[in-house]
Design a protein around this ligand. Structure first.
Ligand SMILES: C[S@@+](CC[C@H](N)C(=O)[O-])C[C@H]1O[C@@H](n2cnc3c(N)ncnc32)[C@H](O)[C@@H]1O
Length: 255
């Protein structure tokens, strides 16, 4: 593993451009980073994209895995990287110190501005990690645009899939778009967490009659869909794009 990334994970701290030590936050965990790297090792993407840089932890994991792939390039989008109240340019600095500066292309813009430009340039990507603004509409626009860039058989990964807005978006993807779940993280949390009893309830709910299902709260009325997403419990979901979008103009499936 890259030395810069290893140091950040071991200490929980990183350095600003001025040498000030700051505690990291908002980053993915070592295990989630391993999840991303495993997918990259299998997929061997040469064009990747990430929304949400922060202190650069996920980008370091992605670039660390991409370093083994000849001519791989990574696009990163984050409007707040240079903000002195937030990330203070630390993510970009970490990527440079780690030696990945020639591999990355950075846009300091909101993703809803940067992504349409990449689409209009005819760009294609093989892999995307979406971890930017987590409000439903922003995350949906991220997915919508990433889908235009993503080639068939490419993979898009969402972080924070336990959050209601992202969970709902994942339901939309699996029910309305030509995507399937490649895998989710954690893979197997059933035995250890309260997710286990909720999952049992889900399984039971899926066997109920449609009328009985309706009296359940919404979250419990979609057990088949949520089980396929590893919900409740999963924090990260990877979807594979199976085909280009061929839906009728008025297609809609409840999600
Ligand atoms: C949870 S943090 C990302 C953490 C990072 N992926 C990691 O693991 O180290 C969310 C990031 O999204 C960025 N962000 C917020 N609004 C955004 C937007 N509209 N477009 C792109 N990025 C955005 C924030 O500046 C922040 O860096």
């Amino acid at each position: 593993m890259n030395r810069v990334l290893e140091d950040i994970l071991r200490t929980g701290y990183t350095k600003t451009v001025d040498g000030e030590s700051i505690k990291i936050n908002s980053n993915i965990s070592r295990e989630e980073g391993g999840f991303l790297q495993e997918i990259i090792n299998e997929l061997k993407p040469t064009r990747t994209l990430e929304i949400g840089l922060a202190y650069g932890v996920s980008a370091l994991f992605i670039c660390d895995a991409l370093a083994k792939i000849p001519s791989a390039r990574h696009v990163i989008i984050d409007p707040c990287q240079g903000s002195q109240d937030l990330w203070k340019g630390v993510g970009l600095r970490n990527l440079t110190v780690a030696g990945f500066q020639d591999m990355i292309e950075f846009y300091e813009q909101p993703s809803h501005i940067a992504l349409p430009r990449l689409i209009s340039e005819g760009r294609e990507i093989d892999f995307a990690f979406i971890d930017g603004a987590h409000a439903f509409d922003y995350a949906l626009v991220d997915f919508f645009c990433v889908d235009y860039l993503l080639r068939t058989n490419g993979v898009v990964v969402f972080d924070d899939t336990g959050m209601p807005a992202i969970q709902r978006l994942c339901r939309f993807i699996i029910t309305n778009r030509a995507y399937t779940v490649l895998r989710y993280f954690p893979y197997n949390n059933e035995a250890s967490s309260k997710g286990y009893s909720k999952r049992r309830l889900f399984k039971k709910a899926s066997q109920l009659s449609p009328v009985a299902k309706r009296v359940f709260k919404y979250e419990y009325a979609k057990p088949e869909v949520d089980l396929s997403l590893g919900l409740p419990g999963s924090q990260c979901i990877a979807f594979r794009k199976n085909a280009a979008d061929t839906r009728a103009w008025n297609f809609y499936h409840d999600f």
